[in-house]
Design a protein around this ligand. Structure first.
Ligand code: FMN
Length: 193
């Protein structure tokens, strides 16, 4: 049996907990992928508020769920091989931590490790409007090789419902870490007038 590929999922206190939820739900259906989840305290609050789910319920969707304070966890070390990390949703606070290598919890440490090992990091920031610190922190993450993926819906595609717009973003996030999810959304194939 081949070793599953590992993907770290971080969920923080920005609105948009549903993005993390859908990532976990989709990845659960892919048997060659192993998910490592870490949820911040504010992330757990928003999961409760927006999804009406307990931390334990979201943890149950991952293969391995880590405590945010467990900086000795596997994903805190570059010696633990992963294919990358997606932080969805990503608060401006965690974005700042990632941008400045300020690894004071397992989530920001795992992102720091992902960047230092030159692995794929996809950050899904959610805030509007943006101040200069937010913009500079996105630039810093980009300069370090991370991908900043604001979850902005595309209104030109086939997606029409909120659920479809969310899945389109989730499908594109997964595409950025090399996971093709046929059926999650309809890729653009040019205007058909
Ligand atoms: C309901 C709710 C919605 C929030 N939405 C956002 C948001 O969209 N973007 C953001 O940067 N912070 C948002 N926050 C604030 C963050 O949760 C807060 O800055 C927190 O300290 C982030 O910590 P974390 O990055 O460790 O999760 C929100 C907070 C609450 C309670």
């Amino acid at each position: 049996m081949s070793t599953p590929k590992r993907l770290v999922i971080g969920m923080t206190g920005a609105t948009g907990a549903v993005y993390g939820l859908r990532l976990l739900e989709v990845l659960r259906g892919l048997e060659d992928w192993e998910t490592h989840l870490v949820v911040s305290s504010a992330g757990a609050l928003n999961i409760r508020h927006e999804l009406n789910m307990k931390r334990s319920e979201i943890h149950a969707l991952a293969n391995v769920a880590h405590d945010i304070n467990d900086v000795g966890a596997s994903i805190a070390s570059g010696a633990f091989k992963t294919e990358g990390m997606i932080i969805a949703p990503c608060s401006m606070k965690t974005l700042a931590a990632v941008a400045h290598g300020f690894s004071d919890n397992l989530l920001s440490r795992a992102a720091d490790v992902t960047l230092k090992e030159r692995r794929r990091l996809v950050v899904v920031p959610r805030e509007t409007p943006l101040n200069l610190a937010h913009i500079r922190n996105m630039a810093a993450v980009t300069e370090m090789g991370g991908i900043v993926f604001p979850p902005l819906p595309a209104f030109y595609g086939a997606a029409k419902t909120l659920a479809e717009l969310i899945d389109e973003s989730v499908g594109r996030m997964l595409g950025l870490v090399g996971i093709e999810t046929a059926g999650l959304y309809t890729p653009w194939e040019g205007l058909k007038l």
